[in-house]
Design a protein around this ligand. Structure first.
Ligand code: ARG
Length: 609
């Protein structure tokens, strides 16, 4: 039950009759959209202008809009459409239809969201932390967004395989190897290897000469950096001591990550990190050379860019559309080589239609060139997309950093949010008790669970409610605000829906198994019902452009309609028993839609807060 689909179905035959070119009909149908201004209607259709052009009557869009309306067969979906301005068609759904449809949705477990007609196979590459380093907040964003996209696409019926492309083989291990050999505190390592390794990482990075602040690897002529690079090269070359140490460090590094994933409620199907592809890298380079895609140049192997350019200097390497090095002069392979091997592996193993890379915006150039190379290499049937996102900023508006000792551990940030959640619960408990409400005493364990759901939910929602391209500030107080577009607000709204049924001892099941007739008397209840019907639109919009904030924007609109409804339409004290039932159905449905929408974002709900 998707309103927009229904309207398009109604319009399709009329447009086919009117349009000179039937191929264009789907484009015209795509121009039926939610109304920009709710005062003008529920939806608007903007196809009259292009249709007028196609008909060679460019000045008569208004007339054509009227002709379209005249041809529309009688139906129970729409009121008589009106024409505005140069030919916009305003559409309003009949209240009777809204009432009938909302009743149908109440009986639907999927809340009106239809599975897609043609499911696709997706691989989503997300999270991807560099394991020997303290976890960066940038990876938090990737983890939250990647998880939400996975849930949304799966809910729509697509097949999604998720893969955590761990940075478990990179230069950061050289830093650890060097640190471990020269600066380790043996007792500290024995007691807590994870903590000692993060200390070593930060300590050794601090030994690098100050250079370009943005160059994560330090200035080129730095002796400590050189020594670290040698350790990395030895590891990659199979040096037994370094390989043994790598094997010693890895479980500790992974153990550092697991609690965070558990806490976030994120499960990633595979964790084939960079090290997994190491044995395949020589084969990738050979194959690309054999196919004439990569060439030897001064001892290195490079892939020229589309214009055939081979980089001569580091400067050239950094330019737009740069050629890529797949094997350095010293024999080392690169991030690109590994990513090419990964594409080959994924394409052959999982045969995806689409691979999404949820990685921050700074890697845009890497992915642009990687995708071009992969296509030249023969993977053009696969659709590649970089799902990029902005930075998380600290209180001062600067990106969080993990180097130069400024480690902001992710666990600490999450703790901060959960503590705030706990305080929120306590304050509300005291307020309610002071007002003489009968507040149950929950166990400490239950309260802790509520605080986790609220704190973690707040962090996720704050992230997902941004357009992912934007940067945003990590501001815990704002994230947990109880009045605004936050998870806390939505979770409250959900808990309030539950409370109505709980307090009156009403079993909501009957509103789902045999929904009562819905009657929409007040404008506020008609508006709420209409909003409930738009849930499928929000899910589809989120999936279409991989933008989870489409769902939070929807939730915010729903919450606003709900609170207007609440102020204007008594539920338990409704004038008639039938109207009471009809309103209870709406309340139950609001709760279900909020719960489902939050679930698509990986956010938990609790029945009491
Ligand atoms: N480990 C990388 C980083 O932190 C992210 C990996 C992204 N995925 C990929 N296939 N390159 O920069």
């Amino acid at each position: 039950m998707n309103l927009l689909h229904q309207i398009r179905q109604l319009f399709a035959p009329v447009l086919s009759e009117l349009a000179p070119d039937a191929v264009k009909v789907p484009d015209y149908l795509a121009m039926v959209k939610p109304a920009a201004n709710a005062e003008h209607g529920d939806y608007q259709a903007n196809f009259a202008m292009p249709l007028a052009k196609a008909l060679n009557r460019p000045k008569e869009a208004q007339q054509i809009a009227k002709e379209f309306i005249a041809k529309l067969p009688p139906n129970d979906v729409l009121e008589e459409p009106t024409v505005a301005g140069p030919g916009f068609i305003n559409l309003r759904v009949k209240p009777g239809f809204v009432a009938k449809a909302v009743r149908q949705v109440a009986a639907d477990e999927r809340l009106g969201v239809e599975p897609v007609a043609k499911p696709r196979m997706f691989v989503i590459d997300y999270s991807g932390p560099n394991v020997a380093k303290p976890l960066h907040v940038g990876h938090l964003r990737s983890t939250i967004i990647g998880d939400a996209l996975t849930r949304i696409l799966r809910f729509l019926g697509h097949t999604v395989i998720t893969d955590n492309h761990l940075g478990d083989w990179g230069t950061q291990f050289g830093i650890l190897l060097y640190g471990y050999k020269h600066h380790r505190d043996a007792a500290a390592f024995a007691a807590d290897p994870v903590r000692e390794l993060s200390r070593l990482y930060v300590h050794v990075r601090g030994l690098f000469k100050k250079g370009d602040e943005d160059d994560e690897e330090g200035p080129a002529d730095d002796p400590v950096k050189k020594a670290c690079q040698e350790e990395t090269a030895k590891l990659h070359g199979g040096d037994p001591e370094n390989v043994a140490l790598w094997k010693l460090f890895m479980p500790a590094c992974l153990a550092m990550l697991q609690p965070i994933y558990d806490r976030l409620g994120v499960k990633i199907d595979h964790a084939l990190g960079e090290s997994y592809y190491n044995p395949m890298l020589p084969g990738v380079v050979e194959d690309m050379v054999a196919k004439g895609i990569a060439f030897e140049s001064k001892g290195a192997v490079v892939i020229p860019n589309a214009k055939g350019m081979i980089p001569r200097t580091e400067e050239e390497q950094k330019k737009e559309d740069p050629p890529a090095i797949v094997r350095k002069r010293d024999g080392a392979f690169t991030y690109t080589t590994t990513d090419l091997a990964t594409i080959e592996y994924r394409a052959e193993t999982w045969k995806p239609d689409t691979i999404l890379y949820v990685v921050d915006a700074r890697q845009a150039l890497h992915f642009k060139t990687l995708f071009a190379q992969a296509r030249r290499w023969g993977y053009d049937p696969v659709e590649f997309q970089h799902i990029s996102f902005g930075s998380i900023l600290d209180e001062e508006g600067k990106p969080f950093q993990t180097r130069k000792g400024q480690v902001v551990e992710l666990g600490v940030l999450l703790d901060r949010a959960v503590n705030c959640g706990l305080q929120g619960y306590r304050t509300s408990y005291e307020e309610r008790t002071a007002h003489g409400h009968d507040v149950p005493d929950l166990s400490d364990r239950t309260i802790q669970q509520i605080a986790e759901a609220v704190g973690i939910g707040a962090v996720k929602y704050a992230d997902l409610s941004q357009n992912r391209a934007s940067d945003y500030k990590f501001d815990v107080a704002k994230m947990l605000a109880t009045d605004g577009n936050t998870a806390t607000y939505m979770q409250y709204a959900y808990a309030r829906c539950c409370a109505i049924f709980r307090r009156e001892n009403i079993d909501p099941a009957r509103f789902r198994t045999s929904p009562p007739v819905v009657t929409l008397v007040e404008p506020a209840e008609r508006a709420l019902a209409f909003q409930l019907l738009r849930f499928p639109e929000a899910v589809e919009a989120a999936a279409a452009d991989n933008l989870p904030h489409q769902i939070t924007s929807y939730l915010w609109d729903l919450a606003k309609s709900y609170s207007v409804f609440f102020e204007n339409c008594p539920v338990l004290k409704a004038p008639t028993p039938d109207l009471r039932d009809s309103r209870l159905l709406l309340v139950d449905l609001v709760g279900r839609v909020i719960k489902q929408a939050l679930d698509l974002l990986g956010i938990r709900t609790v029945e009491r807060m």
